[in-house]
Design a protein around this ligand. Structure first.
Ligand code: ATP
Length: 306
C-alpha cells in the first residue's frame, strides 16, 4: 500500500501546487483583464513607444448609469511630469487610474495619450506603455526573483537585480536565507505592506513604462517606510509621465500639479504651496493630517475619514 501511497501523495501535492498557481494567475488576471467586453476597435493603432503625455478631456463616468462617479474631469499630465490626485474616500481617485488603464471606457469626453483617444489604441500597446504600482500587490507563490521578473518576463537575472536595487529591496534581500530565490507569497515568506510595495515598484521599473500609475496604499505605514516609499515614487517617476493616486498628502508635495477631487469633480488644482495659500479644501486636508500626525506621532494617516 505504501508503494501506492507515495505516488498518490505526490500527485496530491502536484495538484495543490497547480491549483494554487491557477488561483494566483486568476487573481492577477482578474486585476489585469477585469473587463473583457472592452475590445480593440477594428482600426485601432498601436501607441508608438517613447515619452507620452496624458490628457483627461472633460471625462464623465459611471459604473452604473444611475450613479455618476466622475463629472467633467479635465486635466493634463504633460510627458515626463507628475500629477497627483487627492480627495476624500470615494471621490473617484482610483477610478481615474482604472480608466487610464482602460478597464472601463469613459461615457463622456475622452482620455488621450499623445492625442490618441484610448478607444483608438490597441489594448496591448496601451498596457505595454503603462506600469501600475497597485494599492495591494498580489504576490505569486514563487520566488522573489519570479515575482519581480513578472514585470518583464524576458528580463535577465542581472536586470531583475538592478530593478530590485533601484526599488531599495537590496538590504531586505540580503537578510533572506535564500536571497532572491526565497519563496514569497501566501505559502512562502510573508512580506510587509512596504516590502510588497517595493516589489511592485521593482516590477514596474523592470517594465520601464512611459506612463506610471501609482495607487498609494490606504493602509497606514510607519513614518520611516512612508518616507522611503515617497522617495521611491519620486525616483520611479523620473523621466516618466506619472499619475499618483495619493492617500497621504506628504506623498504629493513635489507633484507638478495636484488635483483635488470632491465627489467626482475637480474642486481645486495647483502646486502644494499655492493650494495651502488658497486656504480651501486642500489646506483643510493638510491641517487635518498634521493634527493626526501630532496626535499619535505616527505617519500622517489617510487623508480622509474612514
Ligand atoms: P479611496 O480613497 O477609498 O480608495 P477613491 O477616491 O479611490 O476612494 P474610487 O475607488 O474611485 O474612490 O470609487 C469612487 C466611487 O465609485 C465609490 O463610491 C465606489 O463605491 C464606486 N465604485 C468603485 N468601483 C466600483 C465598481 N466596480 N462598481 C460600482 N461602483 C464602484
Amino acid at each position: 500500500l505504501i508503494q501506492l501511497y507515495i505516488p498518490l501523495n505526490f500527485l496530491g501535492v502536484m495538484y495543490r501546487e497547480l491549483r494554487q498557481a491557477l488561483t494566483d494567475i486568476e487573481r492577477m488576471f482578474g486585476l489585469m483583464h477585469e473587463h473583457r467586453e472592452i475590445a480593440d476597435a477594428a482600426d485601432a493603432v498601436a501607441l508608438p513607444p517613447g515619452p507620452a503625455g496624458v490628457r483627461f478631456e472633460h471625462v464623465g463616468f459611471a459604473y452604473d448609469a444611475r450613479r455618476p462617479i466622475l463629472f467633467d474631469v479635465d486635466f493634463d499630465i504633460p510627458a515626463g511630469s507628475t500629477v497627483a490626485v487627492v480627495g476624500q474616500s470615494g471621490s473617484g481617485k482610483s477610478t481615474l487610474a482604472r480608466l487610464l488603464y482602460r478597464f472601463y471606457d469613459v461615457q463622456g469626453g475622452a482620455i488621450r495619450i499623445d492625442g490618441h483617444d484610448l478607444r483608438q489604441l490597441t489594448q496591448d500597446s496601451l498596457r505595454a506603455a503603462i506600469g501600475i504600482v497597485p494599492q495591494d500587490t498580489v504576490l505569486f507563490n514563487d520566488t522573489l526573483v519570479y515575482n519581480i521578473q513578472y514585470g518583464r518576463p524576458t528580463a535577465s537575472r542581472a536586470e531583475v537585480e538592478a530593478a530590485a536595487r533601484a526599488a531599495q529591496l537590496e538590504d531586505f534581500v540580503a537578510q533572506l536565507p535564500e536571497g532572491y530565490d526565497t519563496r514569497v507569497g501566501e505559502r512562502g515568506l510573508k512580506l510587509s505592506g512596504g516590502e510588497k510595495q517595493r516589489v511592485a515598484i521593482a516590477r514596474a521599473l523592470l517594465k520601464d513604462p512611459a506612463i506610471l500609475i501609482f495607487d498609494e496604499a490606504t493602509s497606514a505605514l510607519d513614518s520611516k517606510t512612508e518616507k522611503a516609499i515617497q522617495a521611491q515614487i519620486e525616483r520611479a517617476a523620473q523621466g516618466r509621465t506619472a499619475l499618483v493616486i495619493a492617500h497621504r498628502l506628504s506623498t504629493v508635495m513635489d507633484a507638478d500639479e495636484i488635483i483635488v477631487l470632491d465627489a467626482g469633480r475637480i474642486v481645486e488644482r495647483g502646486r502644494h504651496a499655492a493650494l495651502l495659500a488658497r486656504n480651501g479644501a486642500y489646506a483643510q486636508m493638510w491641517l487635518l493630517q498634521q493634527q493626526e500626525e501630532g496626535d499619535d506621532g505616527a505617519a500622517p494617516a489617510a487623508a480622509r475619514p474612514r
